[in-house]
Write a protein that binds this ligand. Structure first.
Ligand code: NAD
Ligand code: UFG
Length: 338
């Protein structure tokens, strides 16, 4: 199949491009490089010997997208492109609504015009907001608590309205929990610009001395050790989830929604301990105030995705892993590879 991957040079997109190539597909990527570089794709080509057609433009540029669809025959689109920082979205809501919604509308419009009706969308567990119970099942009500989460819930609504038009759309939304880690080749990984927002890249930079210490955001939550609990899933498992979803898209005029998680939660302190063990490095930390908008505990129910897509995680994080080196990337890869 010829798969168009939007946001394909980014963190999860690039790992998915790799899995798609391994699964024998042709891949084209659109990315405006607002949060990534083409280096990830160059490395994938080096690893696989397979070419990736790369197009550097903003999805909002409908004319360029239209031209791309005129010149290619895509079977499926995987839509990763978007902004993703929860905290930033609170301070810059317009930026988030504009980019995430406009890019998706532009994409769907062009897909519709060219008769490409198979779409896999990167949604997020943030759509659930504070859950009434865990594990979280896909049928639970959505009440996101920040603009980023609202964009994801709104896009799911838009996609669900699109399938109602009975024009043959087959859409799957994958709600990822907390993707972490890197491909086992050590060639690609997560490399955020500036100070990382997320726990694992932050810890990695503390481990290599780039940052002094971690701030643990709150130890007074109603959890066994008082720190927040999340469902950390290996990025390669997330990528393989996309390949599985592509092979089992819903029937025409239907939309499917699946959680992608491990089904197990770990606390911030457990993650620190696991990282220390795995890397042999100390991770100094201080307990700080709760981060606004954070939720005490959430992890996925994975029964539906196991049942319908025959997919489940292959990698488990929280056991010791070999130390691969001392550079920040290497440490990050080390913890990533179970
Ligand atoms: P990322 O920032 O590494 O990748 C997103 C890519 O999209 C980047 O390469 C960026 O340059 C590109 N992009 C952004 N806006 C664009 C536009 N208008 N036109 C073209 N390209 C554009 O992020 P990621 O972690 O790989 O996340 C991928 C998707 O998964 C996002 O939609 C994100 O919201 C979602 N998601 C991520 C997480 C996570 O923890 N990483 C969790 C749940 C959902
Ligand atoms: N945390 C700290 N210190 C830090 C960073 C995080 O203690 O410096 C804690 C948080 O309070 C939370 C846990 O580590 O308890 C995980 O926080 P992350 O920022 O790594 O992840 P979030 O669960 O807040 O959000 C992430 C992505 C979202 C995605 C969501 C899906 O940032 O884009 O997972 O579950 F949508």
């Amino acid at each position: 199949m010829h798969v168009l991957v939007t946001g394909g040079s980014g963190y999860i997109g690039s790992h998915t491009v790799l899995e798609l190539l391994k699964d024998g597909h042709q891949v084209s990527v659109v990315d405006n490089l607002s949060n990534s570089s083409e280096e990830s794709l160059r490395r994938i080509t080096k690893m696989t010997g397979k070419k990736i057609a790369f197009h550097n433009f903003d999805l909002v540029e409908g004319d360029q997208l239209d031209k791309l669809f005129s010149n290619n025959s895509f079977d499926v689109v995987m839509h990763f492109a978007g902004f993703k920082a929860v905290g930033e979205s609170v301070y810059k809501p317009i930026k988030y609504y504009q980019n995430n919604l406009d890019s998706t509308l532009s994409l769907c419009q062009v897909m519709s015009k060219h008769g490409v009706k198979k779409l896999i969308f990167s949604s997020s567990a943030v759509v659930y907001g504070p859950p009434d119970r865990v594990p979280i099942t896909e049928d639970m009500l959505l009440h996101p608590t920040n603009p980023y989460g609202h964009t994801k819930a709104m896009i799911e609504q838009i996609l669900s309205d699109i399938v109602q038009t009975n024009q043959g759309w087959e859409i799957t939304a994958l709600r990822y929990f907390n993707p972490i880690g890197a491909d086992e080749s050590d060639m690609i990984g997560e490399d955020p610009t500036g100070i990382p927002n997320n726990l694992v890249p932050y810890i990695s930079q503390v481990a290599v001395g780039k940052l002094d210490k971690l701030k643990v955001f709150g130890n007074d939550y109603d959890t066994p050790d008082g720190t927040g609990i999340r469902d950390y899933i290996h990025v390669t498992d997330v990528a393989k989830g996309h390949v599985a979803a592509m092979h089992k898209l819903p029937r025409p005029n239907h939309m499917a929604i699946y959680n992608l998680g491990t089904g197990k939660g770990n606390s911030v302190l457990e993650v620190i301990e696991a990282f220390k063990k795995a890397s042999g490095k100390d991770i100094p930390y201080v307990v700080a105030a709760r981060r606004p908008g954070d939720i005490a505990e959430y992890f996925a129910s994975v029964s539906k995705v196991k049942d319908k897509l025959n997919w489940q995680v292959e990698k488990i994080f929280f056991r010791p892993v070999k130390i691969l080196g001392v550079g920040s990337q290497k440490i990050l890869m080390g913890i990533a590879n179970s």
